[in-house]
Design a protein around this ligand. Structure first.
Ligand code: PLP
Length: 406
């Protein structure tokens, strides 16, 4: 039945099969989504879902936020794109906002998380070139994107299979293991790159000791600490950066400043934009002609990202997602040990639940049928990536939907 009047799901699925490259693990029965509002989306048959996938940690303000729609229309009518051979005020303003929230430094704008990481790694390599330092230490189970560079950087062999020869210059060590990083460091090491919380790897937060230890170790060696904040950054944990959240209770949060931070996903609230903050030591390393992307920091993308930040500030959404995350963890925690629900971990809008005795993909499909969208991660984890504006009622409803599948 074609209730939404916009799409025939059977036909859409058939067209995907015929014309869309089959590179995504999209279940054959996945809903055909046609409309969204806040934390909810509707499929072509008019079925309603609570969206705790948020387009994989992207739609931080939920769907169809009127202010985002408004800024898109206004900016599109004024100026969408000019090349980076010129200036425009929105890029200047957004760069200032991101520097103000991260630390002294500069911003390079791009379009995705993988691109932000590429720029971050290029900056570290360029800075190390005179000393012959080019190697980047990353962690096992990490995910940094799907470009040839970032599949080499990611600590997951399956991403590289069939795409060799693999780009050299990356060393992988176990996560949350400071000794392993120390052992892997050598005269060629340029930087250490980690996620504050491993996302695709299964919502595994760095420990405070690991973060502080890495900062000390990299400073002692005169090399760089690069944070991939593509998924866990931009207030997803209730703080602008996941490391601020993780270090909140140690008192070390404010003194901890990495050398670079990559951003994407929630930065544009659904509109594609990526960025990398380069701290003072790296800020001027990428000189004229060394790095570029045509669409980096368009007027439209920057206007949207600025509005996202304004809304988060004005509606106090960082505090909201912090509280809602605690509520969700507490609700899911009460189910822990029942049916498939195992350990519950994470913060705010990045909560992971381990799945016991069943495949996590199967459970995600069952939850979708019950009207709750979540995202599988790692080998046995489901991610609950709620929008920052999610309400207490919606969190409780999500927990009830989980309980209904037990
Ligand atoms: C931590 C992390 N880094 C990088 C990426 C790649 O981002 P994108 O898909 O925008 O290239 C992702 C995407 O899931 C991610 O989670």
């Amino acid at each position: 039945m074609k209730k939404e009047g916009k799409a025939d799901s059977g036909q859409v699925r058939a067209e995907y099969a015929r014309h869309v490259v089959p590179s995504y693990k999209r279940p054959a029965t996945a809903p055909v989504l046609v409309r969204g509002k806040g934390a909810r989306v509707w499929d072509a048959e008019g079925r309603e879902y609570l969206d705790f996938g948020s387009g994989i940690a992207v739609n931080c303000l939920g769907h169809a936020h009127p202010r985002l729609a408004g800024v898109m229309k206004r900016q599109a009518e004024e100026l969408v794109h000019v090349s980076n051979l010129f200036f425009h005020p929105k890029q200047a303003e957004l760069a200032g906002e991101l520097v103000g929230r991260t630390g002294p430094g500069k911003i390079f704008f791009c379009n995705s998380g993988a691109e932000a990481n590429e720029a971050m790694v290029k900056a570290a390599r360029k800075a190390g070139v005179t000393q012959g330092r080019y190697e980047i230490i990353t962690t096992l189970n990490s995910f940094h994107g799907r470009t040839l560079g970032m599949i080499a950087a990611s600590g997951q062999e399956r991403l590289r299979e069939g795409f060799g020869p693999v780009m050299p210059g990356f060393v992988h060590v176990p996560y949350n293991d400071l000794g392993a990083v120390e052992k892997a460091m050598g005269p060629r090491t340029a930087a250490v790159m980690i996620e504050g919380i491993q996302g695709e790897g299964g919502v595994i937060p760095a420990t405070p000791e690991y973060l502080l230890g890495l900062r000390k170790l990299t400073q002692e060696q005169g090399i760089y600490l690069l944070m991939d904040s593509v998924q866990c950054g931009h207030y997803r944990t209730g703080r602008f950066q996941s490391y601020e959240k993780i270090l909140e209770k140690t008192g070390g949060g404010n003194g901890f400043v990495p050398d670079a931070v990559s951003m994407a996903k929630s930065l544009g609230g659904g509109f594609p934009i990526g960025a990398v903050w380069l701290g003072e030591k790296l800020a001027d390393v990428l000189g004229p002609g060394t790095h570029a992307t045509t669409y980096g920091g368009t007027a439209l993308a920057c206007a949207v990202a600025l509005e996202v930040l304004k809304i988060i500030d004005e509606e106090d959404l960082a505090k909201n997602i912090d509280r809602m995350g605690e509520e969700l963890k507490s609700g899911l925690g009460k189910l822990s040990g029942r049916g498939w629900v195992g350990e519950v971990r994470g913060f705010g809008g990045m909560v992971g639940v381990t799945v016991k005795g069943k495949s996590h993909a199967e459970v995600a499909e069952t939850l979708a049928k019950a009207g709750l969208l979540v995202v599988p991660a790692g080998s046995d984890v489901l991610r609950f990536l709620a929008p920052y504006s999610v309400s207490m009622e919606e969190v409780r409803e999500a927990v009830k939907k989980v309980e209904s599948t037990l």
